[in-house]
Write a protein that binds this ligand. Sequence first.
Ligand code: ZN
Length: 566
Amino acid sequence: MPVHFSFRAALGVLLLSPSLITPTLAPHVAAQERPIKKPKLAIILVMDQVRAEYLTRYAPLFGEGGFKSLMRTGATLTNAHYGHATTYTGPGHALIGSGSYGHTSGIVGNRFYNSESKRVESMFFDENAKLLGLEAVPKDDDTSPRNFMGNNLSDQLLLSNNFKSKAVAIANKDRAAIMLAGKLGKAYWYHEGAGGIVSSTFYARELPAWVQQFNARKIPDSYYGKTWTKLLPEAAYSLSHADDFASETDFKALGRTFPHVLTDKSGKPTADFYEAFTATPWANDYQFELARTAIAAEKLGADEYTDILGISLTATDIAGHAYGPDSHEVQDIMVRLDRQLETFLKDIKSRFKSDEVLIALTADHGASPLPEYMASLGIEAGRIKRKSISDAIEVALTARYGAPANAATWVRVVEDPSVFLDQSVIAQKNLDAAEVQRVAGEAMLTVKGIALYYTREQMLSGQLPANRWAAMLEKAFHPLRSGDVLFITKPFYFNGTYGDRDTGSTHGTPYEYDTHVPMIIAGVGVRPGNYSMAVDVADFAPTLAGLLGVDAPAGSEGRRLTEILR
Ligand SMILES: [Zn+2]
């Protein structure tokens, strides 16, 4: 009872004391009383494979009207991180658009092993969808958001007013456009097979006239034979390692060093040329031109109902994979992106008043350095071949349980961060699945560069240890899409496509260089400034939802960043 009385007394002091009311309650009341001014157009700008550090590293080379203009007028969140272990494009864009991690959305990677079709599929493959705008397409390119569980910010906005708003997303990659458009918006993306913009029958029966007219301009073709040279004097590129670094890739005959001549071995534009185009800064010019065309054609921001335009810029990613994040190429693309952004922002300013637009910028993941570059500096780093992982598991499981019958193998697929075991072998031998997973995991630890593993059984039974890495893998685990053993590499190691190769770099780890991304939110309702509190990228969508006056998407697990609100 004394506790009860003292609590009441304390409450009385709290309610009566003006000094306590002023700082804690007054701003909250004021915020509720002020009507929410909503933007006419919200632009979500996603840079593919851009570390937060790029914005400080290249700041001396930026002008005043690009990134710096956004930082001056917006809230710069300097400590924004992904909380999942799978820092890839699909999971990244899914989180940006919806605020939900793979454990909710099911988007636990770019690809997964589908136990029903018994093959590795794109996470966005949909057998009921057909690519729009191209006749013969690789099977995995028939994509849609159907595998995404829940909805995203675009969906939420359209649902909030019976589709009086519009939501359009454009990108170089299907998964980027799809995860920004959601299920109810419209997604358009570049396809190297078409040399132009495509979509999915999930979104429409045919490409709208404005997209067809845009494609008829054949903008990529106009770059055939052009030479990509450095924008700045040579001395500026001393911020990057040598241009001619051995483990850079000769991407689609673009060459490993400047100047890069954009042609095609066949002598005319084919899919190789159209793919090489995506590694050049001109691919970003192309996306900005598509954005301007979409704003005009779809009349985005023209009425009182807020519209969303999602733009994903990918040149940094394609060049980052080919040349590494510390290359002259990535530096040049970032410096040029600053200029391209300046032009785009000027165009937006000419169309809209400053209180009519919200611009939110972030990235879908960072970038791992070239392992050979780190090794050359004496820092342990390396590529892990997926075969070395599966070989170690095969040896260990066969030693323990005997070889699988009929020339079967224990391992179906290694698809980061999962190892998928053959369930029929485990069933045939009548084994304890949890024990098999543990034996496989222990075998993986003998592979150089593997840091740790957790099993499917641990994930499902809530037996994960309370550490950061287990939590990051748990966010990337979904029972329907994940495998039997999940693992993390040591820092500066990676596996997957680029682990199997000897050149190029990637991302996908839970380490700072992959998780720390830029985040700037500028426009109506936002208090400009630098904010250094820890921010989860899961906070991005619910914060934007608040600024647009709509509920956060269904699976949103972040918080509204009230610190940045006016
Ligand atoms: Zn990406």
